[in-house]
Design a protein around this ligand. Structure first.
Ligand code: T5A
Length: 214
């Protein structure tokens, strides 16, 4: 089963991931955790370029770098792990491109769906957990976290975008999730961490009980 976590900056994906892993460890199910950008060796190089606040990247270049990261990631990491019977959990995937480069940057959403289809060779997640929170809340959390960990320069290119950009992204997520409601579970990420994890686990358990690995 292929699960992705999506949401604006600071929505709590990394935090939720740790809780999901602790639960999976208890159930002794085989799984791997990965992320975009940066899930492969090539992806790590691209991640440094994509997230550094000192870099200016035009939207089309940004798009193709994310797609390159994804194509390599699917081929090198995700498909082999699924074939070996693992649950694969990825912190961000194709929906991020549709929402950030589409709704956020203004590139054509339908074209982005087609390009993702090509980059992933048709691999879409079985389940996508969307952590939904107002942009201002997520951004505040992410900026504080980056300042605390000294990551504001090396990982802060998107956090440095205006609030209006993040509001378009948040709206884009909700819109695209409604269009793909069978795959998405939308979680209220303004709740306390324990409640977000509890809601996520209820969805994941339910899907695991009704799905088989592909
Ligand atoms: N991108 C990515 C694209 O534009 N196109 C693409 O195709 C792809 C794949 C990746 C960037 O690249 C862009 C999107 C992103 O801008 P990243 O460094 O991977 O950048 O950053 P994010 O994925 O955005 O991750 P963040 O680390 O910023 O956000 P998280 O993981 O959602 O947030 P997290 O868990 O670290 O939480 C942030 C802080 O909030 C607290 C946590 O303790 C932490 O301090 N927090 C909560 N506090 C209170 N209540 C809750 N419920 C909380 N949840 C978390």
């Amino acid at each position: 089963m292929f699960i992705t976590l999506e949401g604006i900056e600071g929505a709590g994906k990394g935090t939720l991931l740790r809780g999901l892993c602790a639960w999976l460890d208890e159930t002794a199910r085989p799984y791997i955790v990965t992320r975009e950008p940066g899930g492969s060796r090539l992806g790590q190089v691209l991640r440094a370029e994509l997230l550094d606040v000192r870099h200016s990247i035009v939207p089309e270049a940004e798009l193709f770098l994310y797609l390159a990261d994804r194509a390599q990631h699917v081929h090198e990491v995700i498909r082999p792990a699924l074939a070996a019977g693992n649950i694969v959990i990825s912190d961000r995937y194709a929906d991020s491109t549709i929402v950030y480069q589409g709704y956020g940057r203004g590139l054509d959403v339908e074209e982005l769906v087609r390009l993702n289809e090509r980059a992933t060779q048709g691999l879409w997640p079985h389940l996508t957990l969307l952590l939904d929170a107002p942009a201002a809340i997520g951004l505040e959390r992410a900026r504080k976290r980056n300042a605390r960990k000294g990551m504001s320069t090396t990982e802060g290119r998107f956090e440095a975008e205006a609030l209006a950009f993040h509001e378009r992204v948040q709206h884009g997520y909700v819109t695209f999730a409604a269009r793909n409601h069978a795959r998405f579970a939308v979680l209220d990420a303004t709740q306390p961490l324990e409640k977000v994890l509890q809601d996520a686990l209820a969805v994941v358990q339910n899907r695991l009980n009704t799905s088989v690995n592909r």
